[in-house]
Unconditional design. Structure first.
Ligand SMILES: [Zn+2]
Length: 239
């Protein structure tokens, strides 16, 4: 059976478990791209520096985590730049070259008000609603040198987009205190079964997986990653 290849992306870092998550990934040689929230990073820059030192890649997930659909373009730019300066500063303090500029919209609302993260199917197949605003945001990202780090994606994946999408969301957030019990998937076993049953995950990929670094679900996320290893997933390097 050929390995199912996957890029692991983890949103909303840092939290109190980021160092433990970093160690968990490093011990298993799993490359990951952490999309940080500037407001959290400002409180806890050491956790992100630790992740960088251990070889994880850092992406920008905004400062305040406001859906872009709710913001004026200039406010969105200011928010993004506030987070980006923190990321630049962390790499500079460590004297490590930033490998690239990667951005993921909060909730994958790309400015059109559609929260793609809550669409459980392949999140890369939801076409952007092209309008003045989404075009301005995409053009800004392009001008600032943002790209996607995912290589050799299937033709259906919009590799020309300048923001980072996903092809499979783990739904791990459904197990946070705030959401637990309110969705069809109520336990980590439910989410493991969902991985096993998902048709899109049966192909070789590469898949782009979305998980979260949040206080309530650290153990659950580690369990899901362990489960994917057992299911024959190979995690791809960002180099
Ligand atoms: Zn997020």
């Amino acid at each position: 059976m050929p390995a199912k290849r996957a890029y692991l992306t983890i949103d909303d870092s840092p939290c109190e478990h980021t160092e433990a998550l970093t160690d968990f990934l490093a011990e298993r040689n799993i490359p990951a791209l952490l999309f940080v929230r500037g407001a959290f990073m400002e409180q806890n820059p050491k956790a992100i520096e630790y992740a960088i030192q251990k070889g994880l890649v850092i992406g920008n997930h905004s400062f305040a985590h406001i859906p872009a659909g709710d913001m004026e373009p200039q406010d969105w730019v200011d928010d993004l730049e506030k987070c980006d300066h923190l990321i630049d500063a962390a790499y500079a303090r460590l004297d490590i070259e930033r490998p690239g500029k990667y951005y993921r919209f909060p909730y994958i609302d790309r400015g059109d008000g559609v929260r793609v993260e809550r669409i459980f199917a392949d999140g890369s197949q939801t076409a952007i609603v092209e309008n003045n605003k989404t075009s301005v945001l995409q053009q800004y990202l392009k001008d600032q040198g943002f790209t996607q780090p995912f290589k050799n994606m299937a033709d259906a994946y919009p590799s020309q987009a300048v923001d980072c999408l996903f092809t499979y969301t783990s739904g791990d957030w459904m197990l946070t205190e705030r959401h637990k019990g309110n969705w069809d998937y109520k336990t980590v076993e439910d989410l493991k079964r969902r991985i096993n049953e998902d048709e899109s995950l049966q192909g070789e990929g590469p898949h782009v997986l979305l998980m979260h670094d949040q206080p309530d679900i650290h153990e659950e996320v580690c369990a899901l990653i362990e489960h994917m290893i057992a299911q024959g997933f190979e995690f791809l390097d960002y180099a």
